[in-house]
Design a protein around this ligand. Structure first.
Ligand code: ADP
Ligand code: ADP
Ligand code: ZN
Length: 217
């Protein structure tokens, strides 16, 4: 099963993708996490994209498309994947279709997570992530079970993302409205767009997603 989780910054895509990894054995392909890993390694790509990411703008389509094409071809993706943070533009959505067609793979569901802007601001302001595995937590809504230890990997170092500063958050919302929202009709017209109410608690949102995943295509 191949899924896309779509939604504005802070909608809960990463949180739900990690759940689906555990419950369904799917692989999370999070372009933001891949780019942050490249930045942390200090690779050429990482250095090139850091300033763009910190400002809340999008990295050029070509860079992202190459990165996903390489990742999707690896054997661990054969049992299914969850795209989290990709596609974010119409050209990316078109490139994904080509990639999947070449590999004789299909998309099962595109799941849009709807959350209002006030809640998104609150979520991003309190977000912190595991430095090792990228799992995200929230100061009030989702603390690790053991204080200071990542539930998923046992890591003890956490970071606040530079682009979760209020200045960059506004830019990211604008980018979402202008560049990412236009891909919704692309999937709606094909009948594979499903919408969940992302305002509920994490478990409640997970239940809605489970129902979609369990339903026939
Ligand atoms: P969010 O939590 O806002 O959904 P991500 O971790 O997915 O953020 O992405 C962080 C940043 O990485 C984006 O603001 C953008 O600069 C870059 N990025 C991630 N995915 C893409 C993509 N598909 N296309 C262009 N830029 C991307
Ligand atoms: P995205 O990947 O879409 O940017 P995240 O999964 O990182 O979003 O979630 C953003 C922040 O909101 C994190 O701090 C996360 O712990 C928190 N969060 C995620 N889902 C919910 C929810 N349903 N209710 C409250 N907080 C949530
Ligand atoms: Zn971790």
């Amino acid at each position: 099963m191949n899924l896309i989780l779509l939604g504005p910054p802070g909608a809960g895509k990463g949180t739900q993708a990690k759940r689906l990894e555990q419950s369904h054995g799917l692989v999370q392909l999070a372009t933001g996490d891949m780019l942050r890993a490249a930045t942390a390694r200090g690779s050429e790509l990482g250095l090139k994209v850091k300033a763009i990411m910190d400002s809340g703008q999008l990295v050029p389509d070509g860079v992202i498309i190459d990165m996903i094409a390489e990742r999707i071809a690896r054997p661990d993706c054969r049992n299914g994947f969850i795209l989290d943070g990709f596609p974010r533009t119409v050209p990316q959505a078109e490139a994904l279709d080509e990639m999947l067609a070449e590999r004789r793979q299909t998309l099962d569901h595109v799941i849009l997570m709807q959350v209002d802007e006030a809640a998104l601001i609150d979520r991003l302001a309190g977000r912190f992530s595991c430095k090792n595995c990228g799992a995200s937590y929230h100061e009030r809504y989702h603390r690790p079970q053991a204080e200071g230890v990542c539930d998923l990997c046992g890591g003890c170092e956490f970071v606040h993302r530079p682009d979760d500063r209020p200045e960059a958050v506004e830019a990211r919302f604008e980018v979402y409205r202008r560049q990412t929202a236009p891909i919704l009709p692309y999937y709606r017209d094909r009948g594979i767009l499903r919408t969940v109410d992302g305002m509920g608690e994490i478990d409640e949102v997970a239940r809605q997603i489970e129902a979609i995943v369990a339903s026939a295509k």
